[in-house]
Design a protein around this ligand. Structure first.
Ligand SMILES: Nc1ncnc2c1ncn2[C@@H]1O[C@H](COP(=O)(O)OP(=O)(O)OP(=O)(O)O)[C@@H](O)[C@H]1O
Length: 294
C-alpha cells in the first residue's frame, strides 16, 4: 500500500487555486522532494496531508487512511515553516515533553543525536539561533517516531554547516524504512537528498521522477561548438536534440543524450567541429524549463 496518495486533489483559497487537480502516489520508505517556486502549492499540499486544510475536491490518503486518522495514530510528524517553541523550557525538557505524548517515541538521547542537539540539550529555547531552533523543530517532528515525516523547507534558516548536519540526521531517520517528504526550492537539495523529485508549479504536477530523469526529460544536457560561417541547417535533426541555438557563431544543442548527439554530429555531418563543449545535465535549467512551461 502506498504511504501517501493524492487523488485529483484541488484546493481553493477563495479565488486562488493553490493546488490544481494533483494526483500522485508515494511508496513507503522513499525520500521525496517536493520542488517548486514560491507559491507553487508546496505548503498547501503539506497542510492537506496533515489534515490542517481540507481539499476542495479529491482525496488525500495516508497508508489508506484519512489524514485525521493517520495523525491520531501518531503516524505523521511534521516540521512546518514556523511554529513557536516554549521559551521557558530547555531543549531537552521540551523534546522530552513532546515525546511523552506518543505511544512509542524515540529515546531522548537518540532524538538529540539525530537532530544534532546533544551539545545544546540544556539551552533554553529562547536562547537559540534561527538554525538551532529549526533543529529543535526537527527533533519535535521525529520525537514520536512517525512513519511519515513531512518537512516544509526545513533548512530555510540554516547555514551551510547546519544544513549538512541536518541532512545527515534526516538520512539516518529515513534509513529505517520511513517515508520522508520535504518541500524545497533548493534544486541541489532535491538532487542530493531525495530518491524522487516531484516538481509542482502553479499547483500542478510539472514533473515526477529521479533528479536524473527530470534533467534528461527537460533536455538539461548541451553540446556546443564554434559553428563559424557553416550552415546550421539539419542540426535540429541530430539524434536526441530538442532545441538548437546559434548565437555569435556558436551552436548550442540541447539534448537528452549527449553520446547519441555527438555520434550523429561526427558521423552524420561534414561540419568542421571546433571548441567542442559538452555539459552535464543541469537541474536548474530543467527546473526553469519545466516550471515555465506549466
Ligand atoms: N491562507 C491563504 N489564503 C489565500 N491564499 C493563500 C493562502 N495560503 C496560500 N495562498 C496562496 O496559494 C498559493 C500556494 O501557496 P503555498 O504557500 O502553498 O505555496 P508554496 O509552494 O509553499 O510557496 P513558498 O515556496 O513561497 O512557501 C499561492 O498563490 C499563495 O499566495
Amino acid at each position: 500500500m502506498n504511504a501517501i496518495v493524492f487523488d485529483h486533489v484541488s484546493k481553493h483559497y477563495g479565488d486562488v487555486l493553490a493546488v490544481d487537480d494533483l494526483s500522485l502516489a508515494i511508496e513507503p520508505g522513499k525520500t521525496v522532494a517536493l520542488l517548486g517556486p514560491n507559491g507553487a502549492g508546496k505548503s498547501t499540499s503539506i497542510n492537506l496531508l496533515l489534515g490542517l486544510l481540507k481539499p476542495t475536491r479529491g482525496t488525500v490518503s495516508i497508508h489508506g487512511r484519512t489524514s485525521d486518522q493517520a495523525v491520531r495514530a501518531g503516524e505523521m510528524g511534521a516540521m512546518l515553516q514556523n511554529g513557536a517553541l516554549i521559551p521557558e523550557l530547555s531543549v531537552k525538557e521540551l523534546i522530552d515533553l513532546v515525546r511523552r505524548l506518543y505511544p512509542r517515541p524515540l529515546g531522548l538521547e537518540e532524538i538529540l543525536k539525530l537532530a544534532d542537539l546533544t551539545d545544546l540539550a540544556g539551552r533554553r529555547a529562547n536562547k537559540l539561533s534561527g538554525g538551532q531552533s529549526q533543529r529543535v523543530r526537527f527533533a519535535l517532528a521525529i520525537a514520536g517516531a512517525p512513519r511519515i515525516l513531512l518537512l516544509d523547507e526545513p533548512t530555510a534558516a540554516m547555514d551551510v554547516e547546519s544544513r549538512l548536519r541536518f541532512w545527515a540526521g534526516m538520512h539516518d531517520y529515513a534509513a529505517d524504512g520511513r517515508t520522508v517528504l520535504f518541500a524545497t526550492h533548493y534544486l541541489e537539495e532535491a538532487d542530493e537528498h531525495s530518491d524522487r523529485v516531484i516538481v509542482i508549479a502553479k499547483g500542478r504536477l510539472a514533473a515526477d521522477g529521479t533528479a536524473a530523469e527530470i534533467k534528461a526529460a527537460a533536455g538539461g544536457h548541451t553540446v556546443s561548438f564554434a559553428l563559424g560561417d557553416q550552415p546550421a541547417a539539419g542540426l535540429d535533426r541530430l539524434p536526441e536534440v530538442t532545441v538548437v541555438e546559434v548565437v555569435a557563431g556558436t551552436a548550442t544543442l540541447h539534448t537528452t543524450d549527449t553520446d547519441a548527439t555527438l555520434a550523429g554530429l561526427y558521423r552524420g555531418t561534414t561540419l568542421d567541429v571546433r571548441e567542442l563543449k559538452v555539459s552535464g545535465a543541469d537541474l536548474e535549467a530543467a527546473f526553469l524549463a519545466l516550471t515555465k512551461e506549466s
